[in-house]
Design a protein around this ligand. Structure first.
Ligand code: PRP
Length: 283
């Protein structure tokens, strides 16, 4: 049976469960149960420690996983990344105490850097010809400069609030990451059809999340102008209103273009603009 690994606890946990749920896969997890059956899909879910997932995936203990790209890179796991999932976006960055001198990465030559990402950091320093001593710690990395353990840190940054609270300044981004769907390479052959089905469902959910259904009223003589503003899938749906000379236009717009499109539509004469979330989108 297809085994899907997700984080046992941590930042990806809730979003991973929600994504599976939106894909029609209900995880029936009891407390402390690490391997559970699911309904709505022929699979079982393994709850694993974040840092262990890449190795379990590479070894085929799990066939697919929802995991941060940063962990795959750090563990140098030979797995296939199938989809970026649009959540848990973060970056792995170098930071130093506020006010300290930093021109570029060479400023860290001969310095001590604390991190939970020694492999990714070593690779980055080597690529830039910088020699620094790496102090490996597994958590609360941001405290290291304040207690004299290191001159700089290399850690994940999301909102930047942990850096700020600890008097640190982000100086260089080593990599950008988000949650992804990754697979064991052999499992791609064994469970090809099931994995494709899961990918299909995930894509439909992600497209839905990234788009909005929009409907508004517009005078008939403005329909053409309004249609040009809409980055439509095929072409906008036009329905006549009871009120003489008016129509209702329906379309789909991406979250990205949203405010710009709404602004232009208002200028064009659109009224009663309604925006509705889309649950799933198959195109
Ligand atoms: C991560 C990371 C940083 C923090 C950054 O820790 O290690 O400490 O989040 O987030 P921010 O930029 O939004 O403040 P997390 O809380 O996930 O726990 P961890 O220490 O176990 O990695």
């Amino acid at each position: 049976m297809l085994k899907i690994a997700i984080q046992k606890s941590g930042r990806l946990f809730t979003d991973s469960i929600n994504l599976l749920k939106d894909c029609g896969i209900k995880v029936n997890n009891g407390k402390d149960q690490l391997k559970v059956a699911v309904s709505g899909f022929d699979a079982e879910v393994l709850f694993l420690r974040n840092s262990d997932i890449p190795r379990y995936l590479e070894d085929g203990v799990a066939d697919i996983a929802i995991i941060g790209e940063n962990v795959i890179t750090e563990k140098q796991a030979d797995v296939a990344i199938l989809e970026k999932l649009g959540f848990s976006k973060c970056r792995l960055s170098l930071a130093i105490p506020k006010g300290h001198n930093y021109q570029d990465i060479t400023s860290l030559d001969g310095k001590k850097i604390a991190t939970s990402y020694p492999n990714t950091l070593t690779d980055f320093l080597n690529r830039h010809g910088v020699s620094a001593s790496i102090h490996r710690i597994s958590g609360s990395v941001e405290i290291a400069p304040n207690i004299g353990l290191a001159d700089a840190i290399c850690d994940l940054v999301s909102s930047g609030s942990t850096l700020f609270k600890n008097g640190l300044e982000e100086k260089d981004i080593i990599l950008k990451s988000e949650a992804c769907l990754a697979a064991n390479k052999k499992s791609l052959e064994i469970y090809g059809a099931q994995i494709s089905e899961l990918q299909f469902r995930i894509q439909a959910v992600l497209k839905g999340r990234n788009n909005k259904y929009i409907l508004f009223n517009i005078p008939n003589d403005k329909i053409e102008e309004a249609s040009k503003i809409l980055p439509v899938l095929k072409s906008a749906t036009i329905l006549p209103l009871m009120a003489e000379g008016w129509s209702s236009l329906h379309s789909v717009i991406s979250e990205e273009d949203f405010w710009e499109v709404i602004g232009k539509l208002k200028v064009c004469g659109a009224e009663g603009i309604l925006v509705v979330p889309i649950e799933k989108m198959v195109i």
